[in-house]
Design a protein. Structure first.
Length: 201
């Protein structure tokens, strides 16, 4: 019960308007660092929630299917994250990056809350799209120089957040669905904040 209370508080904090405001890039005024990259996924509730949700959903999808989904879903997101970042720096950016990022939070949260077990092919395709959008956003908001070490940092943090989600997902089906519902609500709150108050995540 204490774990659920702490989780609820964490999700409420993540959904707060202060964290829904756009996470800034680290600027062109200094070279990127590994620490910049590590911190960037934590600078916006959208990235943080989606990356933990990937781990939660991977743990949920792995139930009765072995370890395959637990490895494939996070690995696909990480590969697409890197691909999206490289493509963005080369000038190829999806025109709907921010809407896809928002959708990733709401859709993943909803899938987890409803314990949806999608076919793996469809799940991997969706996760790849979400990963590419998050990677593009990281790259666009990143430094003008030192990009390689910056990318290494945010890929490492993303992997750590996936791992955290996997661990939480192993704590039980009820907690996993509760966290999924909280994630979806946080995503919807961010959309509402944007529509009503003009805030951007």
């Amino acid at each position: 019960m204490k774990t659920q209370n702490l989780t609820a508080l964490a999700l409420a904090a993540a959904a707060a308007p202060g964290l829904a405001i756009a996470h800034p890039g680290h600027g062109a005024d200094h070279p990127g660092t590994f620490l910049d990259g590590l911190l960037h996924p934590l600078s916006g509730a959208d990235h943080l929630l989606a990356m933990v949700a990937i781990g939660l959903w991977a743990a949920q999808m792995a139930q009765g299917r072995g370890r395959g989904p637990a490895l494939a879903l996070p690995a696909t997101f990480l590969a697409s994250l890197l691909g999206g970042a490289v493509a963005a720096r080369a000038g190829f950016v999806l025109p709907v990056v921010e809407p896809v990022i928002l959708a990733s939070v709401i859709v993943l949260g909803g899938l987890i809350a409803a314990a949806v077990r999608m076919p793996m092919g469809a799940a991997l395709g969706m996760v790849a799209l979400f990963g590419a959008a998050h990677g593009a956003a990281h790259a666009i908001e990143g430094p003008e120089s030192g990009m390689a070490i910056y990318v290494a940092g945010f890929v490492a943090m993303t992997a750590a957040l996936h791992a955290a989600g996997l661990v939480l997902g192993l704590a039980g089906a009820r907690l996993t669905r509760f966290l999924g519902a909280g994630t979806a609500v946080a995503g919807a709150t961010s959309v509402l904040a944007g529509v009503v108050f003009g805030l951007q995540i």
